[in-house]
Design a protein around this ligand. Structure first.
Ligand code: ZN
Ligand code: ZN
Length: 99
């Protein structure tokens, strides 16, 4: 059985409970280390991460890939998987249509 354990958050330095339920969840997932952050800081980090590392400004995220045709930089709105050709804007426009 698990018992609640008090841990110290590395971000805010506050004590937070590592509950029996969470310990069981961690054990089930095979995690061997304990959480470093309280739920507040974890939520804050999660929210911060999705903001990206600045720059864009309202646009949706673009991924850089290598154009399959000219080898130049192609920016696509999806994560390039590597199993499909990716074209830069110019090549996409001048691409012959396959039927
Ligand atoms: Zn914290
Ligand atoms: Zn191209």
């Amino acid at each position: 059985m698990y018992t609640n354990e008090m841990l110290t958050c590395v971000d805010c330095g506050r004590q937070f409970p590592f509950t029996a339920g969470e310990q069981e969840f961690f054990a089930m997932k095979g995690f061997t280390n304990k959480p470093n952050r309280c739920s507040d800081c974890r939520a804050a980090r999660k929210a911060g991460r999705s903001q990206g590392s600045g720059g864009g400004g309202g646009h949706r995220e673009m991924f850089k890939a290598t154009c399959s045709q000219c080898g130049g930089v192609a920016e696509v709105p999806f994560q390039p998987r590597g199993d499909k050709p990716v074209y830069c804007r110019d090549c996409f426009a001048s691409r012959p249509s396959y039927r």
